[in-house]
Design a binder for this molecule. Sequence first.
Ligand code: UN1
Length: 519
Amino acid sequence: MSRNVASIIAGTPAEGATGVRITSTNPARTSEIVADVSLGDASTFVAAAQAARQAQPAWADVPAPVRGRAIAHIGRVVEANAESLARLVTREIGKPYPEALGEVREIVDTCDFFLGEGRRLYGQTVPSEMPDKQLFTFRNPVGVVSVITAGNFPVAVPSWYLIPALLCGNAVVWKPADYSPACGAALFDLLVHGGGLPDGVLNLVLADGEATFAGLERALEEGLVDKVGFTGSSAAGSRVGELTGRHLQSACLELGGKNPMVVTPSAELDLAVEAALFSGFGTAGQRCTSLGTVIVHEGVHDDFIARFDKATRQAMIGDPFSDVVFGPMLDEKFARRFEDFLGWIQPHHSVLGSTATGRISAANPRGGFAGDPDAGIFYHPTIVDGVREDDAIFLNETFGPLVGVTTYRDLGEAIRLANVPGYGLSSSIYTSGPAEVFAFRRGISAGMVSVNNSTSGAEAHLPFGGNGKSGNGSRQSGMWVLDQFTRWQSMNWDYSGRLQKAQMDVTELTPDESFRLAD
Ligand code: UN1
């Protein structure tokens, strides 16, 4: 069944703003249309920001515990619709169904966390340096939040922004990826219906990247947006950061990764291989937390690579509704880009992991494929062994089913190599040595460190985010994200009946600093 979807501003579908319609198709069966999309433009974005601006003060006046109840209801409604939302995720972006169910679970987890935050959202009472005066802190909503998200996690990652932003009393303009509009529209409906949200508190904009950027630029110029949350590529993130910086704002940026996994001589190799398979090739290598490069000790390299190659060759790929490690690319545009990344393979590399490289088809088959490869956008898993630190494959995110492998001699070298690409999202080490664990944790530039676990699989209540090319240090999830969607306000209240001047009218006690204990 295909759906009709359009932007929604102040509760009303904004059809036909541009007259442009596109279709969203199933990447596992590209002849199947998942949604007919009425595309908005820059003015759709601006109109959505105006609607949000109008709705926000009344939403901020709703007591936070009541907003928390709205989040609780959203969680229950998402839970009740889990299978149908997961099926839509699988149909629209090709994520295997069990993973899609996990993704929906992540929304519920996020709601479960923030429903209680409605009854906390603590400020502090702070002692003053003067008598008859009291100090306080309050968290205020920032105002209008504009959220622009990718489609590799088309519902979970958006919820990391939308749920806390709404809980904190902000109104939101959300622009999902242009290749996951049906998932966007479905999550929008669940939030609005589940939460009983008043019109304009959450608005949906379906537009392409350039129109969105132009709309955001105008909305910022008109003072309609107070905070931007962006998940996407490092290149686009730096444009968003530059634009928001011009308006003295700091965006919450969740960008790409070149996530390393260090495999030490004391690692349990089979565990490390299982993790490399899951984080290297799960979601066809298109998570921000996907494994980039395995940095394996030279003493265990041959053993590791033999096992990793075998496991990857044996992995089932194909129809995401059957039991597969991964399905198709998210969309044709990622396939085109992945072809460029495959072009970075050089003669000094050895290529392993499948019967061939490139697009899987009847003419370029893969042993162990479920379904019809010609019907969708499927790629061979590719292990590139022997990468060097100046290789493009080593230095750049290669969004797609490609894992590089290199070797190291001592842990210092492994940590240095892990940091060379300059990203800093996720990282992992397989070891049984606590000293190695802590040396790695201290030395690695990543915001997230896994020990004997893969680079993927972050839980929804720990800080999520990166450094360097992976982001500007902002963190999502758990209590840490509250600092993105609220601003601290401090208040001091002097009830002494006088003007008591800070730093000047402060009582001093008289210490005897020469005092020493008698021996
Ligand atoms: C992302 O890739 O943008 O840790 C998010 C994970 C998921 C979230 C990934 N829980 O892989």
